[in-house]
Structure formats: structure tokens, C-alpha cells
Design a protein around this ligand. Sequence first.
Ligand code: TXA
Ligand code: MG
Length: 316
Amino acid sequence: MKTVLTKSPQRAAKFILSDEVVAFPTETVYGLGANVFSHEAIEKIFRAKNRPADNPLIAHISSLSEIELLASRITSAAEKLIDAFFPGPLTIVLPKQTGVPDIATASLSTIGVRMPLHSTANLFLKACGVPLVAPSANLSGKPSPTTWQAVREDMDGAISCILKGDQTEVGLESTVVDCTSDEPVLLRAGAITLEQLREIVLQTRLRTAADENLTVRSPGLKYRHYSPKAKVILVGQSKEAVASTGSAYIGLDAPAEIESWQQVLVCRSVRDYAHSLFQFFRQCDAMDVQVIYCQRVVETGLGMALMDRIRRAAHS
Ligand code: TXA
Ligand code: MG
């Protein structure tokens, strides 16, 4: 299959309307979109990504009125979080509307809904005229793509079209919150922080071991994620990292012996670190780096999501 590259949301939307798959930019990472009501198109997403069929997809909307096509009930907690954070990097899990095909949500009775804060994504969704399910546009197991070139690396020949945009701003996937009850549960940390969620709904809590249906609530969490080919090692201070050809370093503090590393990225802030992490992983893979040292950050605010992704990369 030839993969068309375009900057035109209208041209890209035509592929969606003929049940094809299109990659598109959002503020978090690039997504792989298909019509939420097309079983046939959604099957193509799972095939292109080589994604396990029991991992549900997030539905993307461009206007709040579309929520009722997807969710059968909007809880009061959800209403508050939607008011505060839509559009933005937040996914809200709600009871699913019967019209949504089972393949979209891996047969769960719930559905994740998100409204991107990104002008190209918004124009594209509007041109499609239907909500789109969209997982991150990487091959299953690889780091999520934050540039259209990274999408092409994984998806060239496997999907019909890539809608080109800039490098994504946030660089990590959206925050996912289960809002099916009055006590929202944070399933995946992201750019909307736990502190921000609690400011709006105080009862918002982390998952605990006592959540017996843990993996049912976010099946995706059990899979390998975000991992480069290189081995990832966490370090507290930059001096614990060992420079060599074949090793790379990313963190907030500069490491010693800058000239002895194969690749080094010193980030200005946690925000900048999150923005750059996945792209850095991909660059290191392209350069055949063997070991990537990642400096730890304090786990508050965005630091919680960043450490979550680094840890998953280190443990896989
Ligand atoms: O930022 C993002 O969320 C990006 C962009 C493209 O919007 N999308 C994304 O999708 O990261 P994906 O498929 O790579 O990750 C979706 C996560 C998975 O961990 C999945 O298990 C969880 O959300 N999820 C989706 N629907 C769910 C549901 N109904 N209940 C619980 N978890 C759900
Ligand atoms: Mg993903």
C-alpha cells in the first residue's frame, strides 16, 4: 500500500470516509485514526500496529455534543472534569453507548473519550464528521511517535495516509481517568496532573492493589510499552551514569565527560524532558545505542507521568 503524505485535513479525511486508516498529530502524540463506527476500519488499526485485540481504543471528538454518540451516561465527576479540561490531554472513561462496535473497546462496557487541543487535529476531526478511535501511531511495543517522520518509520506501507504536523508539544500520551463512579481513578498519568484533577474533583485517586479489576479497567497497562531497543537504566544523579561509545544520557543535569558519550540531551525542565523523551529513544535506536541512562525527576505534577514512562521503558 502506498502511504500518502499530506498537510491537508480535508484530503486526509477522505480516506477516513472510505474506511481507511489515517495518522494525525495531536498535542500529546500522533494517533492512528479510524471511524469509530466502522468495524472494518478499526480492524485495520489493529493489523497495522500489530496490537493485541484486548487493548481498547480511545475515541476522539471535536465538539462536546459528540460525547452522547459514544457514552450512555455522563457522571457528575466526568462533567466537572470535562468542563475543566476539554479540549486537552485528558481521556475520560465512561459507560459505552450501544452504537459503538465492540472492536473499538475490546468488548468492554466502557469507552475512553478525549477532545484534543490541537488545531490540525480539530480541523481533521471536523472534516471527518465522525469521532475517530485512535491509539498512538507506533508499532505495538515501540515508543509513541511525536513527529510525522517517526510515524512513517513504523507505518509506511501499512496505512493509507499520514496527516503531517509539527513535533507534538506534550510528548507523552494523555492522562486516562476512569469516571464511571463518583470517585475517579487515575489509570494513566499524563500532562493533566493528579494535583490538577484533585483541584476539580477532590476524590480522584490512584489505582491501588485493592482494585481487583485493575487490568480490566485499563487492559493496555499490562502490555510492554514505550521501549527503545537499547537497555534503559534509571539514575538519581548524573554522575552515576557511565559514559562510553554505545551509551546515551538524558536528564536535567549535565553528565560528566560530555565528549565521551554517543548521545546526550540535557533538558531545560521536566516539561522539556517529557516533550523530548520518546524522540530521544528513537534517535538512540537509529544510532544503535546500547544503553540509555535516564535521570530521575521528582514525581509530582508532570514528573509523575514522565517517571511512569521511563520506568516502563526500563522494565521491559
Ligand atoms: O494521548 C493519547 O491518549 C494518544 C493520542 C493519539 O490521543 N492515544 C493513545 O492511545 O495513547 P493508546 O491506545 O496508545 O492508549 C490508550 C490507553 C491504553 O492503555 C488503554 O488500555 C486505555 O487507554 N483505555 C482505552 N479505553 C479504555 C477503557 N474503556 N477503559 C480503560 N482503559 C482504557
Ligand atoms: Mg500507545
